[in-house]
Design a protein around this ligand. Structure first.
Ligand code: URP
Ligand code: ZN
Ligand code: ZN
Length: 481
């Protein structure tokens, strides 16, 4: 008679606060016991390895519908394979809204796609591009009732960006409904103005993408996003912080007690604006927003991580193939930088890159790594059973070889995109086995899971993102709007 369905034996367990040698006993997909020695059950040998919580990637663009039909090139099934290969067991992706349309139909279709394809567990952010009265007052309460507790807004990009008044409407709805708002912070008009001048001067190559959006446009929008959130008293997370100037705005607000969190991504540690200055169209492979910057900016981000200003490292996985006519070349090979789709793939590379640059390079501890990649994103987005190694949590684990050296190639990424911006980079630290709810779903790079076996995580109300109750003049405008 077995006490456990699986015992993970002899590994070094790493949590967000601690590191110790222990066995982990799993029953019914959950962690049942963590103890020095457990008996009676099938054994998964973790000797010589670290045992980390499965990665939680809280910012992934998967199978996201596009205006005019179709969706981006990573599907829930291909994205799941990539995630599991890279040690990530849960993700948060985006249900979208097209201007002029509602959100409920899109969400229902998106849930159907995820239910059919996903092999990782997943929750959703709801993108709001058009906060009409119907969406805000009739549809969003239903979205929240279905388990979506975070809204996503863009302060830039044609077709999706919100002006300040619209952003205030979303912040107000989030406050009333108990949601977190996640924000893409760049100043739309400043980018449009600089882009027009660059194009007028004949500077259309991919490298001018970086010139169109220097860090000052990110800092301004970050400051504004926080100030307006403070006005409404709505907790927010600033997505993909690329530079210390934006991190500084977050730190100043945090010091005032504002509930604002910051996320960054591995690309801002290992890529730079000069990667877009490659011959021909090659630079498009590195084009994302905000733009990767330079070594000084990366050093500033590490400092912000060590100071806990930035507490989440996500991939912002956003795959557009390099070849063909649907992805980076959708507007042709000679397209100006303004017409090349933004975003880079990075689901499978996220953990190895952060371990290599962070832990193996001595910048952060193994516990910091766990906090940034699993525990804190789970806590921030209300994924209560995820991101922890403790009795009661889902048995999502990665057996991690902290010293294994691996050369990243597109094949090791196992995604649907035809390139990786990290091709040829050598990393230290690698996922050897991935366990999802007690089941071994990846061993030595071979993923074995059924499409549709991932579960939707309906997020209930949770205290961590409760507003502070601090309002200018004590007047709650959100309650009346
Ligand atoms: O360039 C990026 N980051 N593309 C993905 C969409 C977004 O802005 O997050
Ligand atoms: Zn963004
Ligand atoms: Zn994104």
């Amino acid at each position: 008679m077995s006490d456990y369905d699986l015992i993970v034996r002899g590994g070094t367990v790493v949590t967000a606060s601690d590191q110790f040698r222990a066995d982990i006993g799993i029953r019914d997909g959950r962690i049942f016991a963590v103890a020095e020695r457990l008996e009676a059950g099938p054994v998964l040998d973790a000797g010589g390895l670290m045992v980390l919580p499965g990665g939680v990637d809280s910012h992934c663009h998967i199978e996201q519908p596009r205006p005019g039909g179709g969706s981006d090139e990573e599907s829930f099934s291909t994205g799941s394979v990539s995630a599991l290969a890279g040690g990530t067991t849960s993700l948060v992706s985006f249900s979208t809204q097209f201007k002029g349309g509602g959100v409920l139909e899109q969400l229902a279709e998106y849930r159907r796609r995820a239910a059919t394809g996903a092999m990782v567990d997943y929750a959703f952010h709801q993108i709001i591009t058009d906060p009409t009265d119907t969406v805000i007052h009739d549809e969003l309460p239903q979205v929240v009732a279905s388990g979506v507790r975070s809204l996503k807004v863009f302060l830039t990009y044609d077709g999706v960006r919100l002006d300040d008044r619209q952003y205030l409407a979303v912040l107000s709805a989030a406050r009333r409904l108990g949601c977190l708002v996640t924000v893409h912070c760049e100043n739309y008009d400043a980018i449009a103005w600089r882009s027009a001048a660059l194009l007028a001067d004949g500077r259309a190559a991919p490298k001018y993408h970086a010139w169109s959006r220097p860090s000052i446009v990110e800092r301004e929008a970050t400051h504004r996003a926080i100030a307006l959130a403070e006005l409404v008293d709505t907790p927010i997370e600033i997505f993909h912080v690329s530079c210390p100037e934006a991190a500084e705005e977050i730190a100043r607000a945090q010091a005032r007690g504002v509930k604002v969190w910051g996320e960054t991504c591995p690309q801002y540690f290992v890529l730079s604006g000069s990667d877009m200055d490659r011959p021909g169209f090659e630079g498009a492979k590195f084009m994302c927003s905000p733009s990767p910057r330079d070594a000084a900016a990366s050093a500033g981000l590490w400092q912000a991580i060590r100071q806990h200003t930035l507490e989440v490292v996500s991939s912002d996985h956003s795959g557009h193939c390099f070849e063909g006519t649907k992805g980076k070349r959708i507007a042709g090979t000679d397209a100006p930088f303004t017409k090349i789709p933004n975003g880079i793939p990075g689901l499978a590379a996220r953990l190895p890159l952060l371990w290599s640059e962070g832990v193996a390079s001595g910048r952060i501890s193994a516990s910091d790594f766990v906090r940034l990649t699993a525990t804190q994103p789970a806590r921030l987005f209300g994924l209560a059973a995820k991101g922890r190694i403790a009795p009661g949590a889902d048995a999502d684990l990665v057996l991690w070889d902290p010293t294994r050296r691996t050369r990243l190639t597109n094949a090791t990424m196992q995604h649907a995109i035809d390139y990786t911006p990290y091709e040829g980079m050598e990393v230290t630290g690698w996922p050897v086995v991935t366990v999802r709810r007690g089941e071994v779903v990846m061993r030595d790079g071979v993923v074995q899971a059924q499409p549709g076996s991932g579960r939707y995580i309906a997020v209930p109300a949770y205290d961590f993102i409760k507003p502070r109750g601090v309002l200018p003049d004590g007047f709650d405008a959100a309650a009346l709007s």
